[in-house]
Write a protein that binds this ligand. Structure first.
Ligand code: NAP
Ligand code: ZN
Length: 346
């Protein structure tokens, strides 16, 4: 066992503070990673603030992790000491159900083991990436191509795969008409990925502030969703809409933007239930779907795709002491576009 420096939330209402957590010994199939960077995902904030249901405290969040391999167990063959690697939202699953067999560990029939805040196989509660080291089963560790800047690649471990997976699943290709609601941490990476897949991309953002950035990321169109005329002008326009917004939106207004047979994929996870009128779906055979991160093999595929296309996140690198301030800024949509913690400052 190893005690390591971390930042943890002592309760749902208290700020995160400096703390020490214990990592397990390196088992036969484990990899010990010295963490270089950890991203701040809006899910960290939902979880820490107990917006999704009972958590156990103290809790160390963080499921966008990049670092170097420091040690490997005797049975590890996928990773070597010194490799740059990443860990995303899962650190294990049953590895034997139908979903795991298909490489869909995120949909493991026994429930995947999240990187923080859930019961691990050894009965302890998992603790996340706002720490200096982590021990993870080799099958849940991915290779981060050296071509990618490690800090800017960190958000790909959650934001990247969460957008890549539905873009692939719903068959986005050259000329697909794709809209992304919310250009935050997830959304801005989604824009870059969809553009690289050849889609015709529209950003649906709740102000004009990000118009210039959207064009820089390659989006061909931008709609300020508070402008009713601009919203009317894109009625029935999209094959696929991906919603990354962290608060409840009027779903019918957005479903109206799908063409017949189109799909709106919900990625954002607000606290309250979604309200969907049946007639927002029925008349044009529209679908409303959800999607959760992506499997491990697909996460590797996404990182390789990003290396090939030169895609990373836009980040603001911070020190550990700035985590609480960063949380407030994420909630206020005041981040361009992901905070990444320098683990050396923990
Ligand atoms: P984020 O950086 O805070 O981005 C959310 C974006 O939503 C903001 O940038 C803003 O975009 C828009 N928004 C925020 N408040 C709004 C409001 N009051 N009205 C309208 N739009 C608003 O968050 P994130 O890290 O990208 O995460 C987004 C959501 O996805 C969270 O709920 C998170 O828990 C969830 N998530 C889901 C998965 C999954 O697997 N499904 C994985 C990771 C995260 P504009 O300024 O452009 O409007
Ligand atoms: Zn996340």
């Amino acid at each position: 066992m190893m005690d390591v420096a971390a930042y943890a939330a002592p309760s749902a209402s208290a700020p995160l503070e400096k703390s020490t957590i214990t990592r397990r010994d390196v088992g036969e199939h484990d990899v010990l990673i010295e963490i270089e960077f950890a991203g701040i995902c809006h899910s960290d904030i939902h979880t820490v603030r107990d917006e999704w249901g009972a958590q156990q405290y103290p809790l160390t969040p963080g499921h966008e992790i990049v670092g170097r391999v420091l040690e490997v167990g005797a049975g590890v063959d996928r990773h070597h000491v010194g490799d740059r690697v990443g860990v995303g939202c899962m650190v294990n699953s049953c590895q034997s159900c139908a979903a795991c067999d298909e490489g869909l560990e995120q949909y493991c029939l026994e429930g995947n083991i999240g990187t923080y805040g859930v019961v691990d196989k050894d009965g302890t509660i998992t603790q996340g990436g706002y720490s200096t080291h982590v021990v993870v089963d080799e099958r849940f560790v991915v290779r981060v191509p050296e071509a990618l800047d490690p800090a800017a690649a960190t958000p790909l471990l959650c934001a990247g795969i969460t957008l890549y997976s539905p873009l692939r699943h719903w068959g986005v290709t050259e000329g697909s008409k794709v809209a992304i609601i919310g250009m935050g941490g997830l959304g801005h990476v989604g824009v870059k990925l969809a553009v690289a897949m050849g889609a015709d991309v529209t950003v649906l953002s709740h102000s004009d502030k990000k118009r210039g950035d959207a064009a820089t990321f390659g989006a061909q169109h931008y709609v300020n969703t508070t402008d009713e005329d601009a919203m009317k002008a894109v009625a029935g326009a999209f094959d696929l809409i991906i919603n990354t917004v962290s608060v409840n939106l009027p779903m019918a207004d957005y479903l109206a933007l799908l063409r017949y047979d189109g799909t709106l994929v919900e990625l954002g996870a607000p606290t309250n239930p979604l309200e969907v009128p049946a007639f927002a779906l029925i008349p044009a055979r529209k679908s409303l779907a959800g999607s959760c991160i992506g499997g491990i093999a697909e996460t590797q595929e996404m990182l390789d795709f990003c290396a090939e296309h030169g895609i990373t996140a836009e980040i603001e690198q911070i020190e550990a002491s700035q985590i609480n301030e960063a949380y407030e800024r994420v909630v206020d949509s005041d981040v361009r576009y992901r905070f990444v913690i320098d683990a050396k400052t923990l």
